[in-house]
Design a protein around this ligand. Structure first.
Ligand SMILES: Nc1nc2c(c(=O)[nH]1)N[C@H]1C(S)=C(S)[C@@H](COP(=O)(O)O)O[C@H]1N2
Ligand SMILES: [Mo]
Length: 200
């Protein structure tokens, strides 16, 4: 797997917990699939673990440029979780909502990508608390801030809304290959324009 533009490999993860680290009790935990859907529902942790999983090896890319090589991901396809709730036809975004209050939006199209999952295991083990136990989404072609830790709700929406980092200028979509790091432009456009501050 080749390294996308602007990234470098780091040996160790950098743990980001912008809003603190909640301790999640798996007995009371619920994952909600709700919003612009006909049949909202929720799953307990045990129910989530009973669903069939999909696994693969893929790098993890943080927008601040560090990447982790060859992470083994195991999780439940987001597509199946979302389809079960029957999204209304006009739905076009999904907002991930976390127990610490962190949020991040992704286009519905990315959320139902065949490789988009709700991760329950990283490198063969349940997620550690600092990595977002019990669940976090992972969408391989998007930057790591879209992989919201301590996920509690998959909210289908009509229309875009900012999440935590998007309010502070991070890109609406965040595709790694086209360097969608910040709103309004892709980093490669800046390089092409030859100036960091003027796009005119
Ligand atoms: N709830 C929550 N999820 C989060 C974050 C956060 O601060 N809070 N940071 C994001 C960012 S910017 C990155 S790069 C990854 C980092 O994952 P890690 O903390 O497991 O290394 O988590 C993402 N998910
Ligand atoms: Mo990040």
């Amino acid at each position: 797997m080749s390294l996308p533009p602007g990234q470098f490999y780091s040996k160790n993860w950098i743990i980001y917990s912008a809003l603190g680290e909640p301790a999640v009790d798996p007995k009371s935990y619920r994952l909600y699939v709700e919003g612009s859907v006909s049949s909202p529902y929720s799953l307990t942790y045990d129910e989530l673990l009973e669903l069939s999983t999909y696994e693969y090896v893929n790098d993890f890319h943080c927008v601040t440029k560090w990447s982790i090589k060859d992470v083994h991901w195991t999780g439940v396809p987001l597509r199946s979780l979302i389809e079960r709730a029957s999204p209304k036809p006009s739905s076009d975004w999904v907002l991930f909502i976390c127990l610490d209050g962190y949020t991040t939006p992704v286009p519905l199209e990315d959320a139902i990508d065949s490789r988009a999952i709700v991760v329950t295991k990283m490198n063969g083990k349940p997620l550690s608390n600092e990595h977002g136990y019990p669940a976090r989404p992972f969408i391989p072609h998007l930057y790591g801030w879209k992989s919201a830790k301590w996920l509690t709700s998959i909210r289908v929406r009509q229309g875009y809304t900012d999440g935590f980092w998007e309010t502070l200028g991070y890109h609406e979509r965040g595709r790694v290959d086209s360097e969608e790091r910040y709103k309004g432009f892709a980093w490669r456009d800046i390089k092409r324009s030859g100036s960091h501050f003027s796009k005119e």
